[in-house]
Structure formats: structure tokens, C-alpha cells
Design a protein around this ligand. Structure first.
Ligand code: GAR
Length: 191
């Protein structure tokens, strides 16, 4: 199975969905979770991962310069020999040195169409603009901000979603299936 390093900064619901897909879903026999890493040692997602018995690691990014922090993260991740670096709510822009260290092997999920919205707060953006739909995007990470080649997109119907919480609920439900399915396709294709 392909070895995944999952990177998160917060809640970790996508990490949990991926772990479940490895256990009994689209990623079963296809991937394994080599490590769950966070730039915040207090991230709730780290604790959830540890509770599942997954290997975890963290390095606090607070107060660190991007490049030197990222180089340290790269070294740390390499200890786990990941085939893919899977960003799951990892709220940091990766430095070029990080991207080059795992070139073509870093995958991100963005909760909007990356052609229309980049960066943080994508659900707030969809809600504030009263969009009738938004598009979840899974893409490879390049050196730009949410500019890498798109692997898959799925529409989320937002008609009647009249709170931000409802927008997020509908979006996350799509994220949780799309991410595992897309990774499974990618890993199968690349062998
Ligand atoms: C998810 O909605 C993810 O798509 C988003 O952060 C949330 C993390 O939730 N990522 C970004 O906005 C990246 N720019 P989770 O920690 O429960 O998976």
C-alpha cells in the first residue's frame, strides 16, 4: 500500500474520513497512514489520530520562519518514508523547498473551485456570496497558492443552505468521500 503522511492544523475530520477509508473503504489495501503530522501540537485532529492508534508527530510553527520550519518538517516527514503528502486542513502555505522535496506527490483538498477562490475561508466566501452551489476541489500542490493541477471536483448544492454551518455541513460531507476516492484513483493510476 502507498504510504500517506497526513498533515493537519485543526479539527481533523478529513483525516478521520481518510482513516476510515483505509480501514474499510476506498483506500483499503490501497494506502496506509504512515504518520499524521501537525504544525500545532494542540490540534484536536492529532489527538483523534492518536486515539485511533495512528503514528503522530508535531512541530510547532508558531514564531518560525516559513522556509526553515518547512525544511525541518520535510526531514521529519521523511523519517516515515511517505509516498504522498496529503494536506487535510493544513493551514499553511508550503514553501517552494517543501514542494520540491515531494514534487508531484503533495495533494490538497480545497473547499471551493480553485479557479474561483484560493486560500482561507472558502465556505464563508460561498455563504457570504449566497452561491447556489460550490465545488470541492482535490488538486496536486505546486508552488502557487491553490494553483496546482486539478485531480477531481464535485459540486455541492447550496440551495436552501441558509446558515454557514449548513454550508459547511454539506461541503464536508462531499469532502469526506471525494478525498478518499480521488486518492484511491491517483494511487491506482500511478501504481
Ligand atoms: C476543510 O474544509 C478543508 O477543506 C479546509 O479546511 C477544513 C479542515 O477541516 N482546507 C482549507 O481551507 C485549505 N485552504 P478538517 O480539519 O475537519 O479536515
Amino acid at each position: 500500500p502507498a504510504r500517506l503522511a497526513i498533515l493537519l492544523s485543526g479539527r481533523g475530520s478529513n483525516m478521520l474520513a481518510l482513516a476510515e477509508a483505509v480501514r474499510a473503504g476506498a483506500l483499503r489495501g490501497v494506502a496506509e497512514i504512515a504518520v499524521v503530522f501537525s504544525n500545532d501540537p494542540a490540534a484536536p485532529g492529532l489527538e483523534s489520530a492518536a486515539a485511533l492508534g495512528l503514528p503522530t508527530a508535531s512541530l510547532p510553527s508558531k514564531g518560525r520562519k516559513r522556509e526553515s520550519f518547512d525544511l525541518e518538517v520535510v526531514d521529519r516527514l521523511k523519517e516515515y518514508q511517505p509516498d504522498y503528502v496529503v494536506l487535510a486542513g493544513y493551514m499553511r502555505v508550503l514553501s517552494p523547498a517543501f514542494v520540491r522535496a515531494f514534487a508531484g506527490r503533495i495533494v490538497n483538498i480545497h473547499p471551493a473551485d480553485t479557479h474561483q477562490h484560493q486560500g482561507l475561508h472558502a465556505y464563508e466566501w460561498a455563504f457570504d456570496n449566497r452561491l447556489s452551489e460550490t465545488k470541492i476541489t482535490v488538486h496536486l500542490v505546486d508552488e502557487g497558492l491553490d494553483t496546482g493541477p486539478i485531480l477531481a471536483q464535485q459540486v455541492v448544492n447550496l440551495v436552501g443552505a441558509d446558515t454557514l454551518a449548513e454550508v459547511q455541513r454539506r461541503g464536508l460531507a462531499v469532502e469526506h468521500t471525494l478525498y478518499a476516492n480521488t486518492l484511491a484513483d491517483l494511487i491506482r493510476k500511478e501504481g
